[in-house]
Write a protein that binds this ligand. Structure first.
Ligand code: HEC
Length: 238
């Protein structure tokens, strides 16, 4: 009976945890459509479209060496920075999107491709997000890391808030599930021989957070909070 409870609670843990991984996995297949024009990841080169590594958080029309349309360059110069929501809208209808943000009815997109399905768009963006950690803000996060303690916690799974803001943390193990708002530098631990799962949400009202599966006797530190499972974690960076 006890063992069954453990197994079923682990099954829940695993199914919850992999929801995001599945999005990104499904997105990998969707990306095959983008790959006709775009490359992403190590060694990616510009093709018919610009490299998409690190595109989330990047100024529109700014990847080096790519010849963008004047409209995309104008969008970037006007301060347009890509995030999940704007990419979601852009790829469903690039021309419509540029016309809207530039307030110019003659604007025309160089990207001749539309992805209608909302689910496909969400998944492909989850896939793009998996290429974020090597770009963007990682070096700054790494600097912060050197000040953080090492990560062995015998008999326990722990998470430390290494950011300056308060966030909601959850630790789930075979024994328990605890959640707590943690301020800067605070730690939350649960007893465990088997490891478990840690999650963080920007605030208690948020649906989208970040989750990590933890090996036994380990702890991890949140270095920077980003939604859609794009957080920077201590062990990620090492
Ligand atoms: C037929 C070729 C083609 C396909 C297929 C395509 N794109 Fe593009 N994409 C482009 C081109 C060309 C640009 C540059 C647009 C411009 O300069 O106006 C672009 C630009 C972008 C940008 C803005 C990049 C930047 O640096 O500002 C994003 C984001 C993007 N595409 C995502 C996608 C995604 C995601 C897919 C697949 C769902 C996709 N594209 C499919 C050709 C394509």
């Amino acid at each position: 009976m006890k063992i069954q409870t453990i197994i079923s609670s682990l099954a829940i843990i695993i199914s919850v945890t992999s929801a995001h991984a599945q999005d990104a996995d499904a997105g990998r297949l969707v990306f095959k459509k983008c790959a006709a024009c775009h490359q992403i990841g190590d060694g990616a080169k510009n093709g018919a479209g610009p490299v998409l590594t690190g595109v989330i958080g990047r100024q529109a029309g700014s990847y080096e060496g790519f010849r963008y349309s004047k409209y995309m360059v104008a969008a970037g110069e006007a301060g347009h920075v890509w995030d999940e929501d704007s990419i979601f809208e852009y790829i469903s209808n690039p021309t419509k999107y540029l016309r809207k943000i530039l307030d110019d009815p003659r604007a025309k997109a160089k990207m001749r491709f539309k992805l209608k399905s909302e689910e496909d768009r969400r998944n492909v963006i989850a896939y793009l997000a998996t290429f974020q950690t090597t770009m963007g803000k990682a070096p700054e996060a790494m600097e912060q890391m050197t000040a953080l303690p090492s990560t062995d916690t015998p008999g326990r799974v722990c998470v430390t808030n290494g950011t300056a803001e308060e966030h909601l943390f959850i630790v789930e193990t075979e024994n328990t599930r605890i959640n707590e708002m943690l301020g800067a530098g605070m730690q939350l631990c649960a007893d465990s021989d088997q490891g478990g799962k840690i999650s963080v949400f920007e605030s208690p009202d948020d649906q989208e957070g970040c989750t990590r599966i933890m090996a036994p006797n380990k702890s991890d530190t949140l270095v920077r909070y980003m939604d859609f499972d794009r957080c920077f974690w201590g062990t990620h960076i090492e």
